[in-house]
Write a protein that binds this ligand. Structure first.
Ligand SMILES: [Zn+2]
Length: 111
């Protein structure tokens, strides 16, 4: 939509069924946090989010989504920037009880 920074961030409500995506409106290559400002129902909002989440942050987020069953293992891997094999290693390493199902197996096998 704009030639600037194309970073986005997504928020979900508690039920995970109402995702909302914010798009950074700052110029490409800007320093610091990403930012979107706009208006909803006449109210000005300003959303900022951390520029470069660490891999660890991404993994934590991805595993939370996975545990809440909002993300499949394949989607969690994508969120964490890891391969399916690597995210499975993280699941095992953290002692998380995986909820394997047929879908997971298909994804692990590359669909
Ligand atoms: Zn940005």
């Amino acid at each position: 939509m704009n030639p600037g920074c194309d970073a986005t961030v997504q928020f979900h409500d508690d039920l995970g069924d109402d995702p909302c995506t914010f798009h950074c409106a700052l110029p490409a290559g800007h320093m610091g946090d990403h930012e979107e400002t706009g208006q909803v129902n006449g109210e000005t909002y300003r959303v900022t989010w951390q520029g470069t989440p660490t891999t660890e942050d991404q993994i934590e987020f991805a595993l939370r989504e996975y545990l809440a069953k909002r993300a499949s293992i394949g989607r969690a891997a994508e969120l964490a920037g890891l391969s399916v094999q690597e995210i499975i290693e993280q699941v095992v390493k953290r002692g998380i009880e995986p909820h394997w199902d047929e879908q997971v197996i298909r994804e692990a096998l590359g669909e």
